[in-house]
Write a protein that binds this ligand. Structure first.
Ligand SMILES: [Zn+2]
Length: 338
């Protein structure tokens, strides 16, 4: 048994409670209000809802490039770099990114992995023993589902993904697809595929939002990547009013995969409450991937993040949720549990 004391951000609404979380056999046994001297802040560990870990081999290589030049399949800079990287180099680069993610409080990432079954296998190998569990949306032939957890399609304007969608249906695993990143033309075609997850939706309009609500499709938004690639700002407020919205850091090539940075951007540049942002970084991604974490309550998996609330950075902050969302960095992390 283990106890984590301090200000605990409890339940769906992250209510700050002075007390402790009791952990036993990897699960939250109890959440107790009690006197404590601890200045720690205890919150759910992060679930990053959209990454491309493969482009750990191309950091900063796309500075100044457009969306098409940087990441569009099959001939963009990213795909040329992936083709040129040898397997050991790729596995090692992804492994180091995963280690960075763990140190910055993330315990799972919903990753779109390029390069078919071999790509998915390389990511599984990279993640062994690191403490970040990738939920892999594979690519290529539907047989990738022998290795991956679901299928991740580049976009409905790139190809016909009916066979891949059907294969996911047969196997009972999720089909995810990028939509509405450079413009709105691929949003209805993506929704036709009845996906379990849409990524981006920067250009979602009312007709798309209504359909998203009708079909109950969750959305991963990646505001920093959208800013770097200059495709616009996702309508996070409107998306939240229609469905579950989770936060992702997208291409490792473009941004460091720190959920602290993504949360601060979402909170400061969009019409979203800090608690909503924290939910987007924890429970929302967990729900999409079917993980039993992201909320501190008895019975849940104990995937927890402990911050030093009295660090030089966080000391004196008036609201622990706002401190976590707007100010905290990897340097404030004391421990990641689970
Ligand atoms: Zn993506």
């Amino acid at each position: 048994m283990e106890e984590l004391s301090g200000t605990v951000l409890v339940g769906d609404s992250f209510d700050p409670v002075r007390g402790r979380v009791v952990v036993e056999d990897g699960r939250i046994e109890a959440v107790e209000e009690t006197d404590t001297d601890s200045t720690d802040i205890v919150l759910p560990a992060f679930v990053n809802a959209h990454t491309h870990l493969g482009d750990s081999v191309a950091k900063e290589a796309a500075v100044g490039l457009s969306l098409d030049e940087a990441v569009a399949p099959p001939d963009s800079l990213k795909h040329r770099r992936l083709a040129a990287a040898d397997r050991d180099e790729l596995v090692s680069a992804m492994r180091r990114t995963l280690r960075f993610m763990r140190r910055t409080g993330t315990i799972s990432a919903l990753d779109f992995r390029e390069s078919g079954p071999a790509g998915a296998r390389a990511l599984r190998e990279a993640a062994e023993g690191v403490g970040v569990d990738p939920f892999i949306f594979g690519s290529g032939d539907p047989s990738v589902l022998d290795v991956a957890d679901g299928y991740g399609a580049s976009g409905a304007n790139d190809d016909d993904f009916a066979a891949e969608r059907g294969a996911c249906e047969e196997r009972g695993c999720p089909f995810a697809i990028h939509a509405g990143e450079p413009d709105a033309t691929d949003i209805h075609p993506a929704l036709e595929l009845d996906p379990e997850l849409l990524v981006h939706m920067v250009h979602a309009e009312r007709e798309h939002l209504e359909r998203v609500a009708e079909q109950s499709v969750p959305i991963a938004v990646c505001p920093r990547a959208n800013a770097v690639l200059d495709v616009g700002k996702p309508p996070i407020r409107e998306l939240l009013d229609h469905t579950t919205v989770a936060l992702g850091t997208d291409n490792v090539m473009l941004n460091q995969p720190s959920m602290f940075r993504e949360m601060a951007t979402a909170a400061k540049r969009f019409d979203v409450a800090d608690r909503e942002v924290l939910r987007m970084a924890t429970a929302a991604g967990a729900e999409i991937a079917g993980l039993d974490c992201g909320v501190i309550e008895p019975g849940r998996r104990a995937a927890l993040l402990v911050l030093d609330g009295d660090s030089d950075n966080l000391c004196g902050s008036v609201d622990p949720v706002s401190a976590v969302v707007r100010r905290a960095t990897g340097m404030d992390v004391e421990r990641v549990v689970g």
